[in-house]
Design a protein around this ligand. Structure first.
Ligand code: NAD
Length: 258
């Protein structure tokens, strides 16, 4: 049987890194693309003997994405692996949702969110489609519960994530039946312990942080990684064009003040 191959953007830290590590333990070959070279080097070093190709790539840059996919194909050939991809996870992007009040938001800053989340997903998806078609693979887009609900001053992030949800159902309709396309909307996921060494933190959460979640805790990157693995598997073979909130139930809670 062919060893499955996953391409994960933003794979060197946070949710992306947890997804890389889960898929490696489940027997996948993984190509991780991340624009932070220091984090990429740390990921590479931590998995020196694993079937992992870790690359410093800005997914919003057309040429860098093209070169990365050429590199992935070369890596597969070098190891005698068949052509094609089984999974693309569009996870990379500016994770900080706050862009400040819209009336003072610079166009360049608006574009930073759109470029990293939406343009990055467009470029990587475009590059991956032929390989995904070959193996009847899947795409998982990492959106956010902020595509569905808001705090103030998150317009650029919310628009990018809402765009990603719309792109998910559009792609599902265009790319079926060969390729399934779904999205995950994470809620509050604590990524401090999953950052590169220079940025790593281990925040203590307050009782109220845990208690406000119907499941009684804040999320972990592994919660999202496990959902990616499910959506990529045959168990999810009848699911496409959908989004799943991985948020401990927060988007199902009414929060009118008493
Ligand atoms: P993170 O900052 O821990 O990791 C994101 C990674 O993406 C980083 O390693 C960063 O270098 C990389 N990246 C950013 N822009 C890139 C680009 N243009 N090209 C290549 N790599 C790039 O963030 P995270 O919290 O793990 O978030 C991952 C995804 O999940 C993001 O899309 C984020 O919006 C989404 N999300 C996170 C949360 C949360 O609570 N952590 C909630 C909802 C959605």
């Amino acid at each position: 049987m062919t060893t499955p191959l996953a391409i994960i953007t933003g794979g060197a830290q946070g949710i992306g890194r947890a997804t890389v590590e889960l898929l490696l333990t489940e027997g996948w070959r993984v190509a991780a693309l991340d624009r932070d070279p220091e984090a990429v080097a740390e990921l590479d070093e931590a998995h020196a003997s694993a079937p992992l190709l870790a690359m410093a790539v800005d997914v919003s840059d057309e040429l860098q994405v093209q070169e990365a996919f050429t590199h992935i194909n070369g890596w597969q050939q070098e190891h005698g692996k068949a052509d094609g991809f089984d999974l693309l996870v569009n996870n990379a992007g500016l994770a900080d949702p706050e862009c400040g009040p819209l009336e003072t938001l610079a166009l360049a800053d608006w574009r930073r969110w759109q470029e990293s989340h939406l343009t990055g997903a467009f470029l990587c998806t475009r590059a991956a489609i032929p390989g995904l078609r070959q193996r009847h693979g899947a795409i998982v887009n990492i959106a956010s519960t902020r595509a569905l609900q808001s705090e103030p001053h998150c317009e650029s992030y919310a628009a990018a994530k809402g765009g990603l949800l719309a792109m998910t159902h559009a792609l599902a309709v265009s790319l079926g039946p060969e390729i399934r396309v779904n999205a995950i909307c994470p809620g509050w996921i604590e990524t401090g312990p999953w950052q590169k060494a220079a940025k790593r933190t281990h925040p203590e959460h307050r009782d109220i942080d845990r208690a406000q979640h119907p499941v009684g805790r804040v999320g972990e990157p592994q919660d999202v990684a496990a959902t990616v693995a499910f959506l990529a598997s045959d168990k999810a073979g009848f699911i496409t064009g959908q989004h799943i909130s991985v948020d401990g139930g927060m988007t199902r809670k009414m929060i009118y003040a008493e």
